[in-house]
Ligand binder design. Sequence first.
Ligand code: NAP
Ligand code: MG
Length: 485
Amino acid sequence: MTQTEGAVAAAGWDYSPAPERTRPDIESEYGLFIDGEFRKSRSGKVFDTINPATGERLARIAQADEADVDAAMAAARSAGPKWARMKGRERGKYLFRLARRIQECSRELAVLETMDGGKPIKESRDVDLPLVAQHFFYHAGWADKLQWAFAGRPVRPRGVCGQIIPWNFPLLMAAWKLAPALACGNTVVLKPAETTPLTALHLARLMQEIDLPPGVVNIVTGFGETGRLVATHSAVRKVAFTGSTGVGRTLMQETAGREIPLTLELGGKSPNIVFADAAIDQAIEGVVGGIWFNQGHVCCAGSRLFVEESILETFVSALRDRMKQLRVGDPLDKNTDIGAINSEGQLERIRSLVRTGQEEGAILHDVQAEPLPKKGCWFPPCFFTGVQPSHTVAREEIFGPVLSVMSFRTPEEAIRRANATPYGLAAGIWTDKGSKIFEIASRMDAGIVWCNSYNQFDAAAPFGGVKESGFGREGGLHGLRAYVR
Ligand code: NAP
Ligand code: MG
């Protein structure tokens, strides 16, 4: 009996287990992807990537150091001129081919993503992978139309792009970075996150299969120094980073003084505002999806909920009932809503912020019926009420399944409190009144505002933040701009 099956039996639930049967073929060791081939790191050093749902090692991964990053940069630089000169429609064909191979292998890639990162299979299968393929298809379409994207201006690629991505949407973030860079004729050195390198490396295999010219994409894995080495390398002509605000700040300092355009997609503490006139059941689903999607490992998670005071009690009670139905457990079970926390480190960070929330006087609501699995990294979905604006849980990004609920009396107060944060990535507004939507959306300090919905993504829609959530946009026409001169 698996842990989830045991938990289900113990709770007397009537769901049958629905385990995902596909097993991707995982090698015991992966090299760096440089100049079209997998190579060992020069130092021979490796690190483990583990499955956070079981604690077991999935594979050994090469640790890139300075010599390896140099080799990857040299490969990207020498592949650059030919790739840049290639007709847009030819470059587009490579991207179309890659998109189709991703679709063909999407089940294996989804399972791999779930095993390496801990997210539920229904999310990696139904959200991540379709969006990954969509990003390559969408940008394949731009490759031969750049003269219309920037009408009247000849566009040229920038050259070698250094791209650094986090662990919460490993393959999707790789797609957001790679697809526009390649469509515009750049070459790339990509650095995946330490805990989730596998899907990027399997994407590299697909690049070999479609005969992408060697050196156009190079993938260097590693932790600690590797990201910094990529971002600060002298061959790099553009740096794109998604990750924490702290590292984003360091990168700004490190690229200052060099004429290197930088785009930063950083953290958030996004508000979700529910008015008394909203469709309550829909709003509950939106709030649940806003914070408990991907265990709350979402940069734009709606982690601060503002509810109009007149419906606060009803809303919180409905939210508690809905939360009880969420199934936490084996990410490879198709019924699972909430999977494993990505790493021990992240789990500890969530625990410590929740402890601080309780010490500061906020009230924790944790009503999971299901016992958490014994092995692996788990945190139950929960929320705080009695939250003051000064509380840590109202200010700091938790990056876990923890929601802070607050109330407001007037639209002005909602706007003021929603904007009272150094971040500005996303916001949600729930109301029946169109005029209220337009007025409030226009006054949100946020790069993205969702109205009567949350966490909707599309390759054609630019994504990015304001204030300390970063600058630059990814996706859509706006996202191409960073990759051309
Ligand atoms: P992180 O610690 O900033 O790491 C992100 C990436 O940067 C990793 O590949 C990391 O490598 C690398 N890195 C670490 N230190 C570096 C340095 N000094 N120079 C260059 N690269 C360095 O963030 P994370 O914990 O992985 O991701 C969570 C954060 O990302 C959250 O704050 C979240 O809000 C944000 N995020 C934002 C968006 C968005 O679109 N705005 C999307 C997703 C996530 P290692 O893995 O080896 O440490
Ligand atoms: Mg892992």
